[in-house]
Design a protein around this ligand. Structure first.
Ligand SMILES: [Zn+2]
Ligand SMILES: [Zn+2]
Ligand SMILES: [Zn+2]
Ligand SMILES: [Zn+2]
Ligand SMILES: [Zn+2]
Ligand SMILES: [Zn+2]
Ligand SMILES: [Zn+2]
Ligand SMILES: [Zn+2]
Length: 313
């Protein structure tokens, strides 16, 4: 039967479906609506499902550019006792379907294995990036896979994906440019150090500028337990021409009781105003480091009675 196959990963025959299955494919975990094979055995109850395209993935990758010295084998489940595995490219955990090197315990999920480096003249396809502390592999961004950036957690929109096999990170262009340490005017006392992975051990796991829960890249001062996420680290106070020192760049708003710092950002700023919930255009971000609020200047100037409905007491 042409619409039935045997697949090495499953003990029952699989049948090609011509209706849309809402659950994600067990190989790629993407919900892409393309033809799927389903197991129709009673025991499996249709819970085993893989894309037709994923069923045709090669079982061996003899020379993947991320791991050129050994061949990678596609395994249907985790080779480790824990039953889980972490992709060496994106750092994400999964349970099944990994391209695995048993010599190095190196794993690539199928999405990351599909990334192809663009620097073919370099045998290791690596570049030493100007800022990121490790070599980055520059890859074409696949339009059908929405890779989230490990730094800012936003989908990677540019034409390039930067892979760090030291950090197990996929980065967009902006986040690939973060150095391992920055000086930031929100915390002028000490330099802030880049923490690549989510700092579960931090006492305060919120950004000290916007108050949002930290995820992805965090800039941290361990002495003061002060942290900024990438969005707020990209905010630069706009220099008041009359300002002679740091304190004077803080402008008192008409009705807000704390100093508000007018800021500009160079990166696309995807947060919204804590008062009106609308997005910022790049020039109008005001920040209160006491309240951890980001506001439009116009919203900060609202009369106090109106403002109170936005502000928890
Ligand atoms: Zn799939
Ligand atoms: Zn991955
Ligand atoms: Zn290896
Ligand atoms: Zn990013
Ligand atoms: Zn790195
Ligand atoms: Zn923030
Ligand atoms: Zn500090
Ligand atoms: Zn305030």
């Amino acid at each position: 039967m042409e619409n039935q196959i045997e697949h090495f990963s499953h003990e029952h025959p699989l049948t090609l479906q011509n209706y849309i299955i809402p659950e994600p494919c067990l190989v790629c975990w993407q919900g892409i609506t393309s033809p799927m094979y389903l197991c129709k055995e009673e025991l499996c109850c249709g819970s085993f499902r893989i894309h037709k395209s994923c069923s045709e993935l090669p079982r061996e990758l003899p020379q993947h550019p991320f791991h050129p010295h050994h061949s990678l084998t596609l395994l249907p489940k985790s080779p480790y006792d824990s039953g889980t595995l972490w992709c060496n490219a994106c750092g994400k955990m999964s349970w099944a379907f990994t391209y695995h090197c048993s010599v190095c315990q190196f794993d690539l999920d199928v999405s990351c294995a599909s990334l192809s480096p663009i620097k073919i003249e370099d045998p290791y396809h690596q570049i030493q990036h100007l800022y990121h502390p490790h070599p980055l592999i520059v890859c074409d961004n696949k339009t059908n896979l929405k890779f989230p950036c490990s730094g800012c957690k936003q989908p990677i929109n540019g034409s390039r994906v930067y892979v760090c096999l030291d950090c197990n990170c996929l980065l967009d262009e902006s986040c690939a440019k973060w150095p391992s340490q920055i000086d930031h005017p929100f915390h002028p006392q000490h330099p802030l150090t880049l923490l690549v992975h989510h700092p579960w051990n931090l006492t305060s796991s919120r950004c000290r500028a916007c108050g949002k829960v930290l995820e992805g890249f965090t800039f941290h001062c361990s002495e003061c337990n002060f942290s900024l996420d990438t969005r707020c680290a990209s905010l630069i106070p706009t220099q008041n021409p009359e300002a002679k020192d740091e304190l004077q760049i803080q402008q008192l708003s008409l009705s807000h009781t704390h100093p508000l710092i007018p800021c500009q950002t160079k990166m696309g700023f995807r947060l919204s105003c804590d008062a009106c919930q609308l997005h910022f255009d790049d020039s109008s971000v005001y920040i209160c480091l006491e309240c951890n609020f980001l506001l439009h200047k116009s919203c900060a100037d609202l009369p106090r009675e109106v403002k109170h409905s936005f502000y928890p007491a």
